[in-house]
Design a protein around this ligand. Structure first.
Ligand code: DAH
Length: 334
């Protein structure tokens, strides 16, 4: 028994892994283990001796189990410690930095436009991009058979539902909700079935509307001149040309002096010295009737502009499609 104990202790002290520990356990305490065999051998002894030997063997067995348990715990702790050291991350190492994002030029120009009108006391309104024919056309004095519908190539969802072709329907929605006086702009996305260097199927517009008693064309001119001077510089010339829109009467298109050639004529202004920048006019009495405003009592002006067009002029970009391919090299220039 003494020899068995000593052999066990010696072998245990040499164990280096949990697997070796399992082998020792099997060698002494397994079904054919040395200690198990010794316990089986008790049967051959006379009763008195058997009891005494049995007690000693069981004590030895218990001390072996305890030694194995302690050794196992020590080995496990050592393995954990080793794994933690091996897999340690150095959290003080510098991270990988991606190139920083920047505002899109269209967003920048849009924010600038909004800022100017906010400073003039306009609020900001929104409307849906999926719109009813009624708001996009009908209520803006563009009936179904009106030739003005050919001015815009519309994406239809169904007979009555479409992607708005301009932000003008927001005029109708707001007037139906609120009473005069009102003064707001409505920026947002619009859609037309069109694609070339100056057209994309989606682009941005900013609509404007001011309605009160005694609003005149002079208010329209003053407001838009102040706006264009803030956006393009105090000395840029502004001119109003007679035009036609079904929802305004009279209607005008607004030009600024070409910012590239300063009026002498170049490729961008096609030799005219002027660049068209806005559509505008006095709200048509029929539109007021549609929303339940009394045309004899109220008057107002409206305007609409394309944001990409202004961004193209501002940054001298010749192809509108560059805004939407999201080429990081293009976007990084702004
Ligand atoms: N909705 C017009 C368009 O998309 C732009 C426009 C013109 C808006 C005159 C107006 C306006 O509010 O008065 O071409």
């Amino acid at each position: 028994m003494q020899a068995l104990r000593e052999r066990f202790q010696k072998e245990l002290s040499q164990v280096r892994s949990l697997r070796e520990l399992q082998e020792i356990r099997a060698r002494y305490l397994g079904r054919k283990g040395a200690l198990t065999e010794a316990l089986k051998g008790l049967k051959a002894l006379p009763p008195e001796e058997r009891r005494q030997q049995g007690r000693l063997l069981n004590e030895l067995k218990a001390s072996m189990e305890e030694a194995l348990r302690q050794r196992q715990q020590a080995l496990k702790e050592a393995e954990l410690k080793e794994a933690l050291t091996r897999e340690a991350l150095d959290i003080t190492l510098p991270g990988h930095y991606g190139p920083p994002g920047r505002p899109h030029p269209v967003s920048t120009v849009l924010e600038e436009i909004v800022e100017v009108f906010l400073s003039m006391g306009f609020s900001v309104e929104e409307g849906p991009e999926v719109e009813l024919d009624y708001y996009n056309f009908e209520a803006l004095n563009i009936p179904r058979d009106h030739p003005a519908r050919d001015m815009q190539d519309t994406f239809y969802v169904s007979d009555d539902v479409l992607l708005r072709t301009h932000t003008s329907p927001v005029q109708i929605r707001v007037m139906k909700q609120q009473r005069p006086p009102l003064r707001f702009i409505a920026p947002g996305k619009v859609y037309r079935c069109d694609a070339d260097v100056s057209h994309t199927p989606m682009f941005h517009q900013v609509e404007g509307l001011m309605v009160a008693e005694d609003i005149s064309f002079a208010h329209l001119k003053g407001t838009l001149e102040a706006f264009l001077h803030r956006l393009f510089g105090q000395d840029v010339p502004v001119r109003f040309r007679p035009s036609y829109f079904p929802f305004t009467e009279p209607s005008a298109e607004v030009d600024i002096g070409c910012i590239f050639c300063r009026g002498s004529g170049c490729r961008v202004c096609q030799g005219s010295g002027w660049i068209e920048i806005l559509g505008a006019g006095m709200v048509h009495p029929r539109v007021f009737e549609m929303v339940g405003y009394e045309p004899e009592r109220y008057s107002g002006f409206a305007f609409g502009m394309g944001v990409e067009r202004i961004a193209m002029l501002r940054y001298q970009i010749e192809d509108i499609r560059l805004f939407f391919v999201n080429d990081a090299r293009f976007l990084a220039q702004f």
